[in-house]
Design a protein around this ligand. Structure first.
Ligand SMILES: NC(=O)c1ccc[n+]([C@@H]2O[C@H](COP(=O)([O-])OP(=O)(O)OC[C@H]3O[C@@H](n4cnc5c(N)ncnc54)[C@H](O)[C@@H]3O)[C@@H](O)[C@H]2O)c1
Length: 260
């Protein structure tokens, strides 16, 4: 057991997809503190809205441009030699709509970013994983316990949880595959997303919701929204050697809201 590090070993090579966002950035900061080499793929608008610290390899690419996305993964794999850590953090929830009023075009978009690009990450990234490497996805508590108006988003994350299990069985024992499933976290996600007009650290979000916001908080045993570092800690743990016997797991990090 290595108690000197929470995350991957010093010098580990990590590619993070969606690393400019609130949770992604806290995770990237943790990887850098652990002494990892880090490359980040994110959409150009996110790199502009939330620039990464020096030393990180910046790759501006929208995951829905699949040809460019697969090329970016292959090119970074060639530069690194192999990935010790491959993390897919990118996700969107453009609006809240009941299933009866669902816009199927928007449903497709949510699936493309949240699920299809995760599958592409797995498919293209797995052959480049180092022995003992870790693949990590970011799911959501809603993937296990959906709420009204989050249909497309919850479906995408439920399918992602299934991808984690299948891929974990296929990739073992060489590579581990896990996910974290955050609850409400104070990031730009709550107000549109990083690079899509959302405000970083949207702590005011709950206040703006009035009575609904109070009900949302009351449903969280820890009584508050997550800070991005609350999510990044478990992500680092799942990325490193201290979780060497964990695979196929979705770890719920939602202040106790989801207990399975
Ligand atoms: N914040 C929350 O309350 C919350 C709760 C549960 C799960 N999550 C999940 O956590 C993950 C990170 O979210 P966050 O809270 O940091 O939000 P965020 O909006 O700050 O970060 C999301 C990142 O994904 C990137 N992304 C979105 N679409 C993309 C595309 N087409 N191509 C490339 N990159 C793209 C964004 O640019 C952004 O950097 C997401 O998967 C989200 O679903 C968030």
């Amino acid at each position: 057991m290595d108690t000197t590090t929470l995350g991957p070993a010093k010098g580990a090579k990590a590619l993070v997809i969606g690393g400019c966002g609130g949770i992604g950035r806290a995770y990237v900061d943790g990887l850098l503190l652990a002494g990892c080499e880090v490359a980040v793929i994110d959409r150009p608008s996110a790199h502009q809205a939330a620039p990464l610290p020096p030393g990180v390899t910046v790759i501006a690419c929208d995951v829905t441009d699949e040809a460019a996305f697969t090329r970016a993964i292959a090119q970074q794999a060639a530069k690194f030699g192999a990935f010790d850590v491959l993390a897919h953090v990118a996700g969107i929830n453009p609006s809240q709509t009941r299933i009866a009023e669902l816009d199927l075009e928007e449903y497709e978009r949510v699936m493309q970013v949240n699920l299809r690009s995760a599958i592409v990450t797995a498919k293209e990234g797995l052959p480049h994983m180092a022995e003992g490497g870790a693949i990590l996805f970011v799911s959501s508590g809603l993937g296990a316990q959906p709420e009204p108006t989050f249909g497309s988003y919850a479906m995408s994350k439920a399918a992602l949880n299934s991808l984690v299990k299948t891929l974990a069985k296929e990739a073992a024992p060489k590579v581990r595959v896990n996910a974290v499933a955050p609850g409400l976290a104070a990031t730009a996600f709550l107000t549109g997303g990083t690079g899509a007009g959302g405000q970083a650290g949207s702590l005011g979000y709950i206040d703006d919701l009035g009575e609904l916001g109070a009900r949302l908080i009351a449903a969280i045993p820890m009584g508050r929204l997550a800070d991005p570092v609350d999510i990044a800690g478990p992500m680092l743990f799942l990325s490193g050697p201290n979780s060497a016997y964990m695979t196929g797991q979705t770890l719920f990090v939602g202040g106790g809201k989801v207990m399975l």
